[in-house]
Design a protein around this ligand. Sequence first.
Ligand code: ADP
Ligand code: MG
Length: 362
Amino acid sequence: MALLEIQNVTRRFGSMTAVDGVSLSIEAGEFFTLLGPSGCGKTTLLRMIAGFDAPDGGRIVLDGKDLTGVPPERRNVRTVFQSYALFPHMTVAANVAFPLKMANTPAAELDAKVRESLKNVQLDTLATRFPHELSGGQKQRVAIARALVTHPALMLLDEPLAALDAKLREQMQIELINLQKEVGITFVYVTHDQGEALALSHRIAVMNQGRIEQLDEPSRIYSYPKNRFVADFIGQCNILEATVRKRDGEVAELDLPGVGPARALIDAALASGARGALALRPEKVTINPSGQPKTDGDNHLSGTVTDFLYLGDVTIYRVALASGQKIEAMRANAEAGRARFFEVGDAVDVAWQVGAGHFLVD
Ligand SMILES: Nc1ncnc2c1ncn2[C@@H]1O[C@H](COP(=O)(O)OP(=O)(O)O)[C@@H](O)[C@H]1O
Ligand SMILES: [Mg+2]
């Protein structure tokens, strides 16, 4: 049996449905992430798991027990917020000890538990400091230690790293992965940052307008997005309208309006005439000066560079085809000091292999 079962949970605010019939189950020991754009219902769902809010419909079951009507403090669940929510007048140690005191933990056990929890987040040397004497990253570590100290069955983290700068965020991501592995507590993590979700999670539920669009492992979410929303939300993606013209085994000939014919692998169940889109990641599209021998892929097109985006390690080029339709291609800037291979206006060939794209059925 799963540790946490969310069964057809709905929450409405007036005429707005913030969470719309969500069902999912989370196994003990999982690092599970709710990912989606701002306003899609992530926090609302998390608050119902914590018990700060109640569903209008459906049930939440933890460890086989229906949580309906169970107040937050009686749930074996702790929450970490983006805003840290530390007690400003208490030391680090007192903040971490607080939930133990609330649970009437014997004084003899208290110190050792606080120390262990602070050690888990590498803060054992700062136990006597106050929150205002800590950096943002350190404050968030205290909040995590305070959540860990009672060894809850479930830890809920709502965009805990969103207030930190990029470098620190990356460091904390690595620490969170290690921490979760070490303590073995099940994490339900909320973020709108797709890179963070891919890096941290065992499984991801991609949410949109209160519903789950796809629930899968990170590599499957990235490589096999289920629909246009997921393809577009996760990473950069070319989404090209497509119709299946004919098929030959697993290879199909597609008609891409404004692009031309292209060959792609498609699902066995799809017949001629099926409509949808070809999702094609820019890193799967090669770009070369026009007129070079065509050896690098199975679908070839000619076009002109209209824009590019230098990202340091790679550059993304936007290429306009004769029809005006645009395709993005990525190229690694392998040579130091080289910001780009092509200029706006350059004539180029783009290519991708038959297996590079992924057909999204409408
Ligand atoms: N207490 C509330 N009253 C009215 N509307 C709310 C309330 N809480 C959330 N909402 C609305 O529900 C939707 C989902 O919000 P939220 O769960 O906070 O999204 P997310 O965390 O994914 O950004 C939003 O449209 C938000 O404005
Ligand atoms: Mg939120």
